[in-house]
Design a protein around this ligand. Structure first.
Ligand SMILES: [Zn+2]
Length: 61
């Protein structure tokens, strides 16, 4: 049986860790945390573009 790994992001014991590159660094986390990190990055990107659109809209008035 393979030893369990502990995810440093959520402190859960998981079957395997995946390596995620974030901000030029590699982090090891479980697949759940990777999915969550991806979602958060997508949301952050989206809200940033919304703010830019709003500013652009204001700027044209
Ligand atoms: Zn995790």
């Amino acid at each position: 049986m393979a030893p369990m790994a502990t995810c440093k992001e959520c402190d859960n014991e998981v079957d395997k860790l995946v390596t995620v590159k974030a901000g030029g660094k590699s982090k090891k986390m479980c697949e759940d945390c990777r999915d969550r990190a991806r979602e958060e990055a997508a949301i952050a990107e989206e809200s940033e573009s919304v703010v830019q659109n709003m500013m652009g809209f204001k700027g044209r008035r």
